[in-house]
Design a protein around this ligand. Structure first.
Ligand code: FES
Ligand SMILES: [Fe+2]
Length: 437
């Protein structure tokens, strides 16, 4: 198919033709609209319950572009509060994480409790003459839901429930949060949230995690270096697994997508951590337990994906969840939570933590390749000539829906096998649906 130069009137996303305008990566007008249409009505991942061991614990996070405090109040309830004083907008909490009984604004000292209620106002009697109704001036509170330890929030009162928002993606989110032995809620966050900035639009990262599993070319150097502990020249421990499988692209109508291996049958454990015997022994034991616990479902080995629009994750011995925080059309903050199996021996937790830092994030050799690609591609989105020519998403464009015998893959998901840009097209189709509403 010939891709025609886009006219100024061309639609930003043409799902049928598999083209996407470059302008959606560089236009500040489109970016401002995204905040309202794409981020505001969606549920946002803001953290994990393992970050809160005591009442009063809090961490900062983001809902779309908004700065929030996630706090555990005296009754043990998790609250997600807009970190913006109702007086003049100062952040009322300026630490990344800690334990507190209240938040006092550093500008004029209004103070709020862990549930966001306005409790203290200087000059309440002599200045406001007690006419200030403090119950109306608490911190803005988000709707909050917890799913298998993951904490989600939205400020949109009209948004569907989290279960409705996730649809069949809930199955994969539950799978992500299961320990290597298949136990539900089996992970805990290790260390603080890793944060950094990158000079590109947030959608470069989102679409990459949604389904781009064919850019190995970019990672040739780190593959050859072999940072994996599998004993193979590779980035990933799971590269050691050679049992026959199909690579699946799983796309949900809500824009959520998954990359996964589906093994033809329950397979024997292969040494994913051959260079660290204690860790390998742990994973070997977990492999058998998981098959016993999950049965046929254990044939699925998820590798990563996204919860639309900007929560992204990796699995397979490198379990992490992140958010692409939209800062501007050409600036993104990345926040990344690293997870280790809660009940694993310390040597497993330490090995994983070190592996994550070598693999991903600003110090990670793999993600440095990705960020170089995305930030360089960003420069190709705004030139007076380049901006007129759309990007191509036609790989496997005409792949028909296949019937899969595994009902647990999801009733409403489109599942295709092999190399495809179907997940990316689904991501942009959902984006377009919301932007056009
Ligand atoms: S801005 Fe917070 S008290 Fe004035
Ligand atoms: Fe990559």
């Amino acid at each position: 198919m010939i891709v025609r130069p886009e006219s100024d009137a061309a639609p930003p996303v043409n799902v049928a033709e598999g083209t996407v305008s470059r302008e959606i990566f560089s236009s500040e007008t489109i970016f401002a609209k995204e905040l309202e249409r794409v981020f505001a009505p969606s549920w946002a991942f803001v953290g994990h319950t393992s970050q809160f061991s005591r009442d009063g614990d809090y961490v900062l996070s983001r809902v779309g572009q908004e700065a929030v405090i996630v706090s555990r109040d005296k009754g043990g309830t998790i609250n997600v509060l807009l970190n913006s004083c109702r007086h003049r907008g100062m952040p009322v909490c300026r630490y990344d994480a800690g334990n507190a009984t209240s938040f006092t604004c550093s500008y004029h000292a209004w103070s709020y409790d862990l549930e966001g209620n306005l409790t203290g106002v200087p000059r309440l009697v002599e200045g406001y003459r007690e006419a200030l109704d403090r119950s109306q001036w608490g911190l803005i509170k988000a709707r909050t839901e917890i799913f298998h330890g993951s904490i989600w929030a939205t400020f949109d009162p009209a948004a569907p429930t989290l279960a409705e928002f996730l649809g069949d993606m809930a199955f994969y989110l539950r799978d992500l949060l299961q320990a290597p032995d298949g136990e539900d809620d089996g992970y805990e966050v290790v260390g603080g949230v890793v944060k950094w900035k990158m000079p590109c639009n947030w959608k470069f990262g989102a679409e990459n995690f949604s389904g781009d599993h064919y850019h190995n070319f970019s990672h040739r150097s780190v593959d050859r270096l072999g940072i994996s502990k599998s004993g193979k020249a590779s980035r990933h421990p799971y590269a050691a697994v050679t049992a026959p499988f199909k690579f699946l692209n799983i796309a949900h109508p809500g824009g959520h997508t998954v990359r996964a291996n589906l093994y033809d049958e329950l397979n024997e454990y292969e040494s994913m951590w051959a260079n660290v015997p204690e860790v390998d022994a742990y994973y070997r034991k977990c492999h058998a337990l998981r098959q016993k616990r999950l049965g046929d479902r254990a044939r699925l080995f998820s590798r990563g994906g996204i919860v639309f629009p900007n929560m992204h994750y990796n699995t397979g011995g490198r379990t992490m969840i992140g958010i692409w925080v939209p800062v501007s059309a050409s600036q993104t903050e990345v926040w990344r939570w690293l997870f280790v199996p809660r009940n694993a021996p310390q040597v497993v937790k330490d090995t994983l933590r070190h592996f994550y830092l070598r693999y991903a994030g600003p110090s990670g050799m793999t993600e440095q390749d990705d960020m170089e690609n995305w930030s360089a591609a960003q420069r190709g989105t705004s030139g007076s000539t380049s901006r007129r020519y759309p990007f191509n998403y036609q790989l496997d464009l005409h792949e028909a829906r296949r019937a899969w015998p595994e009902p647990w893959l999801g009733a409403d998901a489109m599942v295709t096998a092999g190399v495809s840009e179907h997940n990316q097209r689904t991501f942009y189709a959902r984006w377009n649906e919301l932007m056009s509403a």
